[in-house]
Design a binder for this molecule. Structure first.
Ligand code: G4P
Length: 190
């Protein structure tokens, strides 16, 4: 998505440790008009696929998913992090390892909100090592639902998570893929 690449070049800052700061429109302040543009792009990708629900994980993924859900007129389900109770077994859950934060956390979704009849697109803000996506895919599989694809706004291609999932046959269509970045510049995959 050229407009997203241009926005990242205009507003993004590359920090130490291969972190891209995009707080002005995605991670702290939300540029709602631009989010809706991203939502339209996600609609274009999946409009013929019979999608019934969008799935994301709190917190920053919710904004992108809601924008897409608004355009596509679809409900958004978000996994909650670090909810430990599993008393009645009425949840789907998966463990996620974060390389960025060097922690493991659990994500959970109530069984009320995804069923085997659902056709799901997973949405997130960033795709780095792909561990959050893997956890969400596990939840889709536990539900017996169909995974249509996964779209993240910004994929850090050099971390390999997206390509590993593609190699497993998963449809991963990120809106912008960064193949190289440093404080000197950002190169997008063409
Ligand atoms: P992975 O899921 O792809 O394996 O990535 P990882 O665990 O390494 O990422 C951990 C968190 O950091 C995620 O958010 C992810 O969206 C975010 N992240 C990864 N790389 C970048 C980056 O370059 N820039 C920014 N701004 N964020 C990045 P999170 O901790 O789950 O937080 P949030 O969704 O609550 O914001």
């Amino acid at each position: 998505m050229v407009a997203l690449e241009q926005k990242v070049l205009r507003e993004g800052t590359v920090l130490e440790g291969h972190v891209l700061k995009v707080g002005s429109f995605l991670n702290q302040q939300l540029d709602v008009d631009f989010l809706v543009e991203m939502g339209r792009e996600i609609d274009r990708i999946y409009k013929n696929d019979g999608v019934t629900k969008l799935l994301t994980v709190e917190s920053s993924g919710i904004a992108v998913a809601v924008a897409a859900g608004t355009v596509m007129h679809l409900p958004v389900v978000f996994a909650k992090k670090n909810k430990t109770s599993n008393v009645s077994g009425d949840i789907y859950s998966a463990m996620v390892h974060s390389y960025t934060h060097n922690t493991d956390y659990k994500i959970v979704v109530s069984k009320d909100y995804i069923s085997r009849d659902d056709k799901i697109v997973i949405i997130d803000d960033f795709l780095a090592n792909g561990k959050a996506l893997e956890g969400l895919i596990e939840i889709v599989n536990q539900a017996g639902a169909t995974l249509v694809g996964a779209t993240c706004a910004i994929e850090k291609g050099f971390q390999g998570g997206g390509d590993r999932l593609r190699a497993q046959g998963i449809r991963v269509e990120s809106l912008a893929i960064i193949d190289e970045m440093s404080p000197e510049g950002i190169a997008f995959r063409k």
